[in-house]
Design a protein around this ligand. Structure first.
Ligand code: ATP
Ligand code: MG
Length: 230
């Protein structure tokens, strides 16, 4: 069929990004490297975005799909939250740079007034709703707490409010969403920020092709941390 868009060969570097907060916080770092998308993903339906550098393009994927694209070489580089990388496993991915963006914490949260410590002391079996099943399982196993994990794909906060779960494991930044839903964070699991990821094999075999861009992004992070204007 000739009307299908072909898998056009692209000789340059492909960077996988998710829309929303990661895109918004990565764009200024890329701008320091002279790379700006020529298309706004919020107003365009395009998923492959050319940039001001002809040898660099962005592909827009779901946050949890970034490791898959990079692992399988469909993208050379990607930006993914540590939450996504830990849950995915991150095998075959090299993480050269902590971009220090999209910072938050993975936490256990319960309804206000729920005696979490007491429930654990009593050896109660907790029903925990989360999208981070692997991370939550490892966390509670390490504590020796018995849990029934309930895998959800969105709005974890709703689970305790409707009686679906006793607790949730979710990302928290300001805490506003928890407060608005009468929940309180009771235990940290991990400090999260977004990482630049590179295909591990490509990092070994194509270092000369990828390293300059990685270095320039890393430099941008260092400058941003010093508060220098972009
Ligand atoms: P989708 O909405 O498609 O299910 P998602 O919820 O994973 O995907 P985002 O909400 O944009 O997508 O989150 C992307 C990443 O941003 C997360 O993996 C995490 O690393 C980070 N993040 C999520 N929530 C917060 C937050 N409240 N504060 C800071 N960073 C966050
Ligand atoms: Mg989200």
């Amino acid at each position: 069929m000739t009307d299908l868009v072909p898998n056009t060969p692209f000789e340059g570097i492909t960077l996988a990004l998710s829309k929303g907060r990661i895109f918004g916080e990565t764009v200024p770092l890329l701008a320091r490297a002279g790379i700006s998308p020529l298309v706004d993903p919020d107003t365009s339906r395009q998923l492959i975005l050319p940039t001001t550098r002809a040898d660099v393009r962005l592909v827009i994927v779901r946050a949890s799909d970034v490791p898959t694209y990079v692992e399988r070489g469909a993208a050379d580089l990607g930006v993914a939250g540590l939450d996504v990388l830990l849950e995915h496993g991150g095998a075959g991915l090299h993480q050269p740079v902590d971009l220090c963006i999209a910072r938050c914490r993975l936490m256990v949260a319960v309804p206000q007034g729920f005696d979490y410590e007491g429930a654990i002391r009593r050896g109660a079996r907790l029903r925990v709703a989360t999208k981070y099943a692997a991370l939550a399982r490892a966390h509670f196993a390490a504590k020796g707490v018995h849990v029934d994990l309930i895998k959800l794909y969105g709005s974890m906060e709703l689970a305790p409010l409707t009686g679906l779960a006793d607790a949730i494991v979710d990302l928290v930044s300001s805490g506003n969403t928890l407060r608005a839903n009468h929940l309180v964070a009771v235990e940290p699991i991990a400090d999260i920020s977004s990482r630049l990821v590179v295909n591990g094999a490509a990092w070994k075999l194509q270092r000369a092709r990828l390293a300059p861009l990685v270095q320039i992004i890393e430099q941008g992070v260092i400058e941003a941390s010093k508060g220098e204007p972009s």
